[in-house]
Write a protein that binds this ligand. Structure first.
Ligand SMILES: [Zn+2]
Length: 109
């Protein structure tokens, strides 16, 4: 039996697991799941299948780099078009912004 690559305690069991991305269910995929920590591992072939499905569902490329701009004395962040479409954002819409820590900002719609 294969030991878990992460915790090195549990053994890996093959089973189908649901895969979600950005809160959207993509599909069930074959994985090796750790009996101890629950970590899921996908092989190369499955990873390619996941990528294909993610692209088909329009979830590909939602993570992108963007620059901080300046408007008067405040700063603004431009959202990529794909993200705007995915979230259904509109000009003039209201969001709540707060730091999760010193390296992450949460924007609640
Ligand atoms: Zn583990």
């Amino acid at each position: 039996m294969t030991k878990c690559y992460l915790c090195e305690q549990g053994t890996l069991i093959r089973k189908k697991v649901p895969y979600n991305l950005y809160g959207v269910y993509v599909d069930d995929f074959d994985a090796e799941v750790c009996s101890q920590c629950g970590e899921e591992f996908f092989d190369e072939q499955t990873s390619q299948k996941i990528t294909e499905k993610v692209k088909k569902k329009g979830l590909w490329g939602l993570s992108a780099k963007t620059k901080i701009g300046r408007v008067g004395s405040t700063l603004d962040i431009r959202f990529p078009k794909r993200l705007i479409q995915f979230l259904g954002l509109k000009k003039g819409g209201e969001v709540t912004v707060y730091p999760e820590d010193k390296k992450k900002i949460v924007i609640e719609i």
